[in-house]
Write a protein that binds this ligand. Structure first.
Ligand SMILES: N[C@@H](CCC(=O)N[C@@H](CS)C(=O)NCC(=O)O)C(=O)O
Length: 268
């Protein structure tokens, strides 16, 4: 019995859906947790995921958290195409990328997504609900200081301290990916791997925010790679179909509104 707890705009959840799809594994039960409505904060869900974040995978009663770990588990546990390189250097390259995502790119993505889009969505909540939503975030969540940082970004938007550095760091990752992708087909070598699965949601996030201007016609390695990602047979189902229409529209609309500011920050 395989159960997935996930959300439509969660990059980490998309990563796990992508790994399952590439491996050809179906889930028996899908639990949609609306993280913009605070459904991650219930006692029931926190018994599964104490950080109150998605995704979680439950396999025959065994709880698995942390999307990078879950993806490796999926590759280890199920038959299907290998998603981990067979050689030691390939595996090391793959893990350099997935480690960078966990340590730097994902925290930056939480901030970029909130400042460009999600703050506008949660600011629609009635005042009391908004306060409850912001207060419910555990200190140890998306990052070790996510509660305070989320509050700051929701309240101050682009004026929140350090937002420029965050967006600069995100863009620097595209540049680093580009350098590699100009030399080789996939991020960890010649074969598609968990490195590509791990990074794809972060480029797709920018795409859904209508910010392909960061790489289109500029970072040709990333452009080629992302076209190849979009051409994977299950891309639409994994990345687009799980995102509710209203949320897709919000990402597009608020992303488009934020683009001039983002563009200025990264100096394009
Ligand atoms: N390190 C965790 C991070 C998970 C995470 O940050 N999930 C986000 C969505 S991508 C979330 O659930 N956020 C809830 C919130 O902001 O309250 C993983 O890789 O699974």
């Amino acid at each position: 019995m395989l159960e997935l707890y996930h959300h439509g705009s969660s990059v980490c959840a998309a990563k796990v859906r992508f790994a399952l799809a590439e491996k050809g594994v179906g889930v028996d039960q899908s639990h949609y947790i609306d993280i913009l409505a605070g459904e991650q904060f219930t006692d029931e869900y926190r018994a599964i995921n104490p950080k109150a974040v998605v995704p979680s995978l439950v396999h025959d009663g065994k709880i698995l958290n942390e999307s990078t770990v879950i993806c490796e588990y999926i590759d280890d546990e199920f038959s299907g195409p290998d998603l981990i390189p067979s050689d030691a250097y390939g595996r090391a390259q793959m893990r350099m990328w997935t480690k960078a995502v966990d340590e730097q790119l994902h925290p930056a993505c939480g901030e970029l997504t909130f400042v460009c889009c999600h703050r506008h969505i949660v600011l629609r909540l009635p005042r009391e609900k908004l306060e409850e939503f912001l207060e419910s975030t555990p200190d140890q969540s998306v990052t070790s200081k996510w509660k305070a940082r989320k509050q700051e970004i929701v309240r101050e938007g682009f004026s929140a301290p350090g937002i420029g550095d965050t967006i600069g760091l995100y863009y620097d990752y595209l540049v680093k990916m580009n350098e590699v992708l100009l030399q080789q087909k996939w991020l960890a070598g010649d074969g598609f791997s968990l490195a590509d699965i791990g990074l794809a949601p972060y480029v797709n996030r920018l795409d859904m925010l209508s910010m392909p201007g960061m790489w289109s016609g500029r970072l040709l390695g990333v452009e080629r790679w992302f076209s190849a990602i979009k051409a994977r047979p299950r891309f639409k189902e994994v990345f687009l179909d799980w995102c509710p229409e209203k949320l897709t529209d919000d990402l597009k609309e608020f992303g488009t509104q934020s683009w001039p500011e983002v563009k200025t920050i990264i100096g394009l």
